[in-house]
Design a protein around this ligand. Structure first.
Ligand code: MCA
Ligand code: AMP
Length: 505
């Protein structure tokens, strides 16, 4: 196995002056320049005392330099820990406490807010969106390092935090083998080559934008049209110079809203990929009608990278996520016994293969409870495999909301709301939303009369990232419960189904 860093170096050797990053308002960056940046950053990391196995936590705006930092961390054998830019100080406290990184890199604008974190064991540096910040200054002065720490497939490459059903975030530990094997499988399945020009409009602190989109371009030698955020009109305008778009379903909902989306504007594109949340079958069909392209939907998870994909050649079926990627096994299992179910029956989706993570950071018991004895990982998604062999996701066994491609665990939001004065209890649910797919919504039972929805939302601002905060708060006298006393979230979802769709509350 070659690590993603090793493959990038090899590709850069061949590509040299070819553009890796193309940006609307800034200079292009070639493969050769990127390689130089990675080597300098590797030198800076070593000078800062970052050793193999150390965690490097990074909460920075999207930039080519942030990708270079990721590669430099892999080069020196350290563990990359990217953090959503929306996370609040309180959330960062938890991640740093849990992962105990050697280095924390933040945006220069946040330097003051994070200065107190610096200690004998934790260095704090900055990196801005315009190659600014203390880390790039160090890199400019550093002795570039071309040598690399030798890494085996089972060595740790990254930790990605995902919230959990208990309300406590878990760090999914991904190995070099996980990342390299998944990229190899995707390059092959989606026929992705150096000739591709990828519209990259996803954030780079999650699997989709970093380990799917960026890794594929870095290894294949493709060019990324690198956008700081997704704007449908901008993306359509770029399509005549691009070949591939990878996005969450909200990208496609927004593209469909634009009158400029048609066969002509998308004519030069060869592939549209969707994932991270369910793509509405009606959006899939509408997209084909408007553009002639069939969106390729795939399925993945932070813990497993990509699991399944519709075929490149062959039918891309609306509402289905396709077949297991090469080398990966999927089975549908009985929730309680773990026994494999016959074809056509609905059960838990379980997965095994080189893509499956090592486990949760510092949580051996939690890790053990999510694996079967024979090594299959329990995804918590419910699905079935039809006679056509395609996997279809039909629901979730885990209490999870996916808003615009971001996961929000209701438990975490409920704990924050229940901790507010004047709140008796709360239930957080996802309701159908025309743009985000699902919108985080809180049903709150007040203890006192002076509690109002706006004050609850305002009170959460410092503790929860913006995308986790409820879009609406509904006050209620009581929560519906079953005879066992369990809150009936399905009933709440039914009662409020039309809240964001303009079809009643
Ligand atoms: C932004 N806001 C959101 C979201 N994004 N609220 C809920 N859910 C969201 N996803 C809030 C902002 O804080 C702001 O709130 C308001 O919505 C408008 O913000 P804006 O900047 O206009 O939003 P945007 O830039 O248009 O972003 C929407 C987005 C973005 C394009 C859907 O969230 C996005 O890029 N999502 C992709 C997430 C992703 O990469 N997921 C992959 C995870 P206010 O106005 O109140 O301040 S990896 C994964 O899931 C697995 C492995 C997989 O299979 O890929
Ligand atoms: P995350 O933990 O952020 O990696 O999100 C993983 C979850 O996203 C999966 O367990 C699924 O519930 C969901 N997901 C990803 N891709 C799809 C898809 N194509 N269709 C439906 N759900 C998806």
């Amino acid at each position: 196995m070659q690590t993603i860093h090793e493959q990038f170096v090899q590709t850069a050797e061949v590509m040299q002056g070819k553009t890796l990053f193309e940006r609307p308002d800034q200079a292009d960056i070639s493969f050769a320049r990127m390689r130089d940046m990675v080597e300098r950053l590797a030198g800076a990391l070593t000078a800062l005392g970052v050793a193999p196995g150390d965690r490097v936590a990074v909460q920075v705006e999207k930039s080519p330099e942030a990708i270079a930092l990721y590669l430099a961390v892999l080069q020196v054998g350290a563990i990359f820990l990217p953090l959503n830019t929306a996370y609040t100080g309180a959330e960062i406290d938890y991640f740093i406490g849990d992962a105990a990184p050697r280095l924390f890199v933040c945006d220069p604008a946040q330097a003051q807010a994070h200065a107190h974190r610096a200690s004998a064991t934790l260095a704090v540096e900055t990196l801005g969106a315009f190659a600014d910040g203390s880390l790039m200054e160090r890199a400019a002065q550093a002795e570039p390092r071309a040598d690399r720490h030798p890494c085996a497939p089972q060595d740790r490459a990254a930790i990605l935090y995902t919230s959990g059903t208990t309300g406590r975030s878990k760090g999914a530990v991904l190995t070099h083998g996980n990342l390299a094997s998944n990229t190899e499988a995707l390059l092959d399945c989606w026929r992705f080559t150096a000739d591709d020009r990828l519209i990259h409009a996803l954030p780079i602190f999650h699997t989709h934008g970093l380990f799917v989109a960026a890794n594929m371009a870095l290894v294949a030698g493709a060019t990324m049209i690198f956008l700081t955020r997704f704007d449908a009109e901008e993306a359509i305008g770029l399509m005549e110079r691009a070949t591939v778009l990878m996005g969450v379903p909200t990208f496609y909902t927004r593209l469909l809203k634009s009158s400029s989306l048609n066969r002509e504007t998308t004519g030069g594109m060869r592939l549209f990929v969707s994932g991270s949340a369910p793509l509405l079958a009606e959006d899939h069909r509408a997209f084909t009608e408007r553009t002639g392209h069939k969106i390729l939907e795939r399925y993945g998870m932070t813990e497993t990278c990509m699991i399944a994909s519709n075929p490149y050649e062959g039918d891309r079926i609306p509402g289905a996520v396709g077949m297991a990627l090469p080398g990966i096994s999927i089975r549908i299992a009985d929730r309680d016994t773990g026994a494999e179910l016959p074809q056509g029956e609905i059960g838990l989706i379980e997965v095994k293969g080189p893509n499956v993570f090592e486990g949760y950071w510092n949580m051996p018991e939690k890790t053990a409870s999510e694996f079967r004895d024979d090594g299959f990982f329990i995804t918590g998604d419910l699905g079935m495999i039809g006679p056509d062999g395609y996997l279809r996701i039909v629901g979730r066994d885990k209490d999870l909301v996916i808003s615009g491609g971001y996961n929000v665990y209701p438990k975490e939001v409920e704990q924050a709301i229940d901790g507010l004065p004047g709140v008796m209890e709360s239930a957080v649910i996802g309701l159908p939303h025309p743009d985000l797919g699902e919108a985080v919504t809180a049903i709150v039972v007040p203890r006192s009369d002076d509690l109002d929805p706006d004050s609850i939302r305002a009170a959460l601002a410092d503790s929860l990232a913006r995308f986790k905060q409820p879009k609406r708060v509904i006050l209620a006298e009581a929560l519906p419960r079953n005879v066992m006393g369990k809150v009936q979230k399905a009933e709440l979802r039914k009662t409020h189904a039309g809240l964001y769709l303009g079809t009643g509350a």
